[in-house]
Design a protein around this ligand. Structure first.
Ligand code: AMP
Length: 216
């Protein structure tokens, strides 16, 4: 299965990806996670990406496209497909992906479009905390899904952290970038008949149920 999940930053794509990846045994590919790992490892790519990410701007297409192509060329993706989260983010990225997949003789099966109002995204983002353990990455929300012990992951006991780009100004920038550059992808993939829109619900389980219906 080859899936794309679209949605503004903070719309809950990551939470949906966690269960889809588990239930459908499909690799979850988040370009944001790959870039953050490069920053943590101090790679040249990470250093270059960091200045854009800290501001909430998009990292230049050529940097992201290359890491994405390399990742989906790995054996697990060849065998099982993939779930793309945070890619593509521009029409140019989508066109490059299409050309790459066509050359490989495969195509996208479905695009899930997760819709959440900007005000809700802002409130969620500034309250979001993420487990620092790369094997866990559990996501909490101090407002409606806080951890039992402040700053500690319920699941694995690792420390929780607030992503550097989850502050009000950066989130505002990221939403503007989303509307200007990424939202046009909904029309792009709708023309191909691939889009299923899900309205993000207050309770995570309710949104999961809606996405499950789509993937049936
Ligand atoms: P995310 O974790 O998907 O919200 O991504 C965090 C940040 O990484 C974004 O705000 C961008 O700066 C950068 N990023 C992730 N994916 C892409 C992409 N496909 N194109 C450009 N920049 C990206």
């Amino acid at each position: 299965m080859r899936l794309i999940i679209l949605g503004a930053p903070g719309s809950g794509k990551g939470s949906q990806c966690k269960w889809i990846t588990r239930d459908y045994d499909v690799p979850h590919i988040s370009t944001g996670d790959i870039l953050r790992k490069n920053i943590a490892d101090g790679t040249e790519l990470g250093m270059e990406a960091k200045s854009y990410m800290d501001k909430g701007a998009l990292v230049p297409d050529e940097l992201v496209v290359n890491i994405l192509k390399a990742r989906i060329s790995e054996p697990d993706c060849k065998e099982k497909g993939f779930l793309l989260d945070g890619f593509p983010r521009t029409i140019a990225q989508a066109q490059t992906l299409d050309a790459f997949l066509t050359a490989e003789g495969v195509s996208i099966d479905k695009v899930i479009n997760l819709e959440v109002p900007d005000e809700e995204i802002m409130s969620r983002a500034i309250n979001r905390r993420t487990c620092e353990n790369p094997d866990c990455k559990e996501i909490y929300n101090l407002r409606d899904n806080p951890p039992k012990v402040e700053g500690v992951c319920d699941k694995c006991g690792s420390k929780l952290f607030q992503r550097k780009d989850d502050n009000e100004e950066t989130v505002k920038n990221r939403l503007e970038v989303y509307h200007a550059q990424t939202e046009p992808l909904i029309a792009y993939y709708s023309e191909k008949g691939l889009v299923a829109t899900v309205i993000g619900q207050e309770r995570l389980e309710d949104t999961i149920a809606l996405v499950k219906e789509i993937l049936k």
